[in-house]
Design a protein around this ligand. Structure first.
Ligand SMILES: NC(=O)C1=CN([C@@H]2O[C@H](COP(=O)(O)OP(=O)(O)OC[C@H]3O[C@@H](n4cnc5c(N)ncnc54)[C@H](O)[C@@H]3O)[C@@H](O)[C@H]2O)C=CC1
Ligand SMILES: O=C(O)/C=C/C=C(\O)C(=O)O
Length: 503
């Protein structure tokens, strides 16, 4: 049995042996009984960097069983204060092992160090702290009622954990998105079985080490690795020992999971795809708007569900805006995550690059003007096998074009001019998705008006990806079901039980 998930930190310059990553069940790192393993390739240079145990039915059964036993055992008997203390301990240990998490996530995603250190890894620790504090402080409702005998009755609500939560995660911000679910689930007293993306197994495994160090009871946090269909993802979501499922990823996958969850009437919380619109009015702070749209389209190589792939710019500033964004896109420097002179990473995999490049091709076939990019950058020999693509900007397409309608999840956007507020709201809403929008204007009345009319879960004004973890987070239309964040997470991760006491 392996004692540790990851034997050494990621060292991009050396010929490291492949890391062996095992499932994490009942506090131990265990290989698959079937002996099945799969490989993870570095998106940066194509080297095989890890060998991962693929969980089958046996491991998923064991993980769900361990989670149930913890729920009925030591974990279930802890007071809220004791649980909260442990979760603060988890956050502190993540912070203590910050460099290991940064290295692990850089290895999996190939994204630059600054994205990890400023955004993704600190959020992992915050996701435990914030929900530990919320569960400790949030009140529940109470109602006094009259009764015919005049003595009355008192109703009060208590929150009880939902049970064993299945957590199915994507690859684009793996640690942030996984802990965004695990943090509140554990704060509420549940236990979890996590299925990380097959592309990004590292940080979920590392979190197992943290749980053991901190003394979180065995079985509270479990990880099963593998794929979706006919693998760990499907086995987990179909398992009737799982009481509820939280998922972030593609809308079609959400539909498959919903079908699985209908067996046993199990609850789901989904954050799904997006085709988000950025709205730039002529009265905006121009430089701030260019910076904001640049980040929203190209951060993490465009692999952010909240990212902007459709940009609408008011006609008087359209040409200037397109050329300013082009200039920034052409200034990116590609390189290894640890290279301080590089600020731009590859896509997650060659398979995903194939998908993104197929959209680049479609855009041209449909008559786009390619303002910049559209292909693969020329890379030095040691990076030639990485999944690199150029940041790409198009103009000139109708709203019916594939790249204007479909989520690409790559570093690209289409920019179109508009003439008035009503028109741009109609354009922004003409999609089956409704995750987020970013609105750029110095006219605050307009900002409030437009934010209220774009059909999304999250509307940013003069900002993007500015996150207060107490707020509701999720999508409308096909971008999701339910809201997480703050007390909204408690709605999903607990059952509210009303106690009625006759006085
Ligand atoms: N945050 C977001 O909204 C994300 C959106 N996407 C979109 O999805 C596309 C494909 O990326 P993938 O990682 O392949 O997304 P995906 O939705 O296929 O996979 C996400 C997770 O679900 C699991 N999964 C897949 N099929 C499953 C099934 N039938 N039952 C249970 N679990 C299943 C996967 O193994 C992974 O852990 C991207 O190109 C992008 O368009 C991807 C990642 C994140
Ligand atoms: O900030 C959050 O809680 C969620 C962020 C989501 C993404 O980055 C994503 O799904 O791409």
């Amino acid at each position: 049995m392996a004692q540790s998930s990851i034997s050494r930190a990621y060292d991009p310059s050396s010929e490291v042996e492949k890391r062996q990553i095992e499932n994490f069940i009942a506090g131990a790192f265990v290989p698959a009984a079937s002996g099945k393993r799969f490989e993870k390739r570095s998106p940066v240079d194509g080297r095989v960097i890890a060998s991962i145990a693929e969980a089958g039915h046996a491991e998923v059964d064991a993980a769900v069983g361990a989670a149930r036993a913890a729920l009925n055992g030591e974990w279930g008997r802890l007071t809220t204060d004791q649980r909260v203390d442990l979760l603060h301990g988890v956050a502190d240990e993540i912070t203590r092992r910050f460099d290991d998490f940064v290295a692990a996530e850089m290895a999996d995603t190939g994204q630059p160090r600054h994205v990890m250190t400023h955004a993704f890894i600190p959020r992992g620790a915050a996701n435990f702290k914030v929900f530990a504090d919320i569960i400790k402080n949030v009140p529940t409702e109470a109602f006094q009622m009259a009764t015919p005998d005049g003595r009355g009755a008192l109703n009060y609500a208590i929150r009880v954990p939902k049970g064993v939560i299945g957590v199915v995660c994507p690859w684009n911000a793996p640690f942030l998105l996984m802990t965004w679910k695990v943090g509140p689930a554990l704060a509420c007293g549940n236990t979890v079985v996590v299925k990380p993306s097959e592309e990004t197994p590292n940080t979920a495994a590392l979190l197992g080490e943290v749980m053991n160090t901190v003394g979180v009871p065995k079985g509270v946090y479990n990880v099963v690795h593998g794929f979706g269909p006919n693998s760990a993802g499907e086995f987990l979501t179909q398992h009737l020992g799982v009481d509820a499922i939280t998922f972030t990823g593609e809308t079609r996958t959400g539909a498959a999971i919903m079908k699985a969850a209908s067996e046993g009437m199990r609850d789901v919380s989904f954050e799904l795809g997006g085709k988000n619109a950025g709205l730039v009015f002529a009265d905006c702070d121009f430089d701030a708007a260019v910076d904001g749209i640049f980040r929203s389209a190209f951060l993490n190589s465009g692999q952010v569900c909240l990212g902007t792939e459709r940009v609408y710019v008011e006609r008087p500033i359209f040409e200037c805006f397109v050329s300013a964004l082009k200039e920034k896109a052409e200034a990116v420097t590609f390189g290894r995550p640890d290279d301080p002179s590089a600020d731009y990473g590859p896509l997650i995999s060659h398979e995903h690059r194939q998908k993104v490049l197929s959209y680049y091709k479609k855009a041209v076939e449909e008559g786009a003007t390619v303002v910049t990019g559209g292909g693969v950058p020329v890379m030095p020999e040691d990076l030639a096998e990485g999944a690199w693509v150029q940041p790409t900007i198009w103009t000139g397409l109708p709203e019916t074009a594939w790249v204007v309608r479909e989520e690409i999840f790559g570093p690209c956007c289409h920019i179109r001019p508009f003439d008035d507020e009503a028109e741009v709201i109609t354009l922004a809403n003409a999609t089956e998705y409704g995750l987020s929008t970013t609105i750029w204007t110095t006219n605050l009345s307009r900002a409030h008006r437009v934010a209220a009319r774009v059909d999304v879960g999250i509307a940013w004004v003069n900002s993007w990806f500015l996150r207060d973890l107490r707020t509701a987070f999720g999508g409308s239309k096909q971008s999701g079901i339910g809201r997480e964040g703050g007390v909204h997470s408690l709605e999903f991760y607990t059952e509210l039980r009303n106690v009625c006491v006759k006085l």
